[in-house]
Design a protein around this ligand. Sequence first.
Ligand SMILES: [Zn+2]
Length: 311
Amino acid sequence: MTLKIENHQLVGDLVSHRSTPNCGGIMAPSYLIFHYTAGRSTDSSVESLCTRKAQGNASAHVVLGRDGRIVQLAPFNVVTWHAGVSQWAGLVGLNSHSIGIEMDNAGLLKKVGSQYQAWFAKVYPDDEVTLAAHRNGGPVSPWHTYTEAQIERAVELADLLVEHYGLQDILGHEDIAPGRKTDPGPAFPLAAVRSRVIGREQDEPPRYVVTASSLNIRKGPDASFDRVAAALKSGSEVLLLEARDRWSLVEVVADPEIEGWVSNAYIAPSTGRGMALPRFTVAGPASTDPTIAVAKLKKGGKGKKARRHAP
Ligand SMILES: [Zn+2]
């Protein structure tokens, strides 16, 4: 039986439920956040995340075992306490905006003599150790590997959650609290999981469509700049290269030679599934922009398409 969600609870093989007291109010999640437990076992982590503590109550929506089993601790529309001090794309405190998946994994290990040890002194064999530098910085270090069953299950679960809740993106704790957190760390193929689930090249900028019947595309982020090409027709697709508060730099999908600035008031996210939507506020009512001067701007410089979505 494949996984499904009923009333914000998982149903499927190898799924069980507990109820953590460490949770808050109702929310509508926008992101999925992966973590490692830095714990000894799935069961020990479940116990810890279901326990009230004198300080530092923590929880998550699910714990994902090394054998692929899932223990759900709270419904997906309830706030759990997995993110802590965190921010992403203009949001602060991601607990109120995200689903948290804790994966059973010992995390960062240390070499003691010839052996790799967790902070709780358990020794891991060499074939359960990945030597890698963290993308946020630091030296090459030993990290506990994830199992194939766990990664496959992570993809299955992420796929279901992104689809069911229309999540905007899949992130690591290390993305939303980079100075403070290193999980899920370099042993977890987060970029691959994200691109498999979100279904886009990691470097592909978000797609928008023109909503005005005709939209000027200009050399700069203001109506005083000359146009770079004929006005874009309603429904034209553009890639958003840079978003500012009122104007965005875009590239025309049908003619990638055309790049210029358009008013944010007349573009909307393409409805393609799983696009990352940069946040900008549209100042309204938007100024209409009837004056049109045409010039074709050759794309200058390299690497504009390679600009990553919010790091
Ligand atoms: Zn974490």
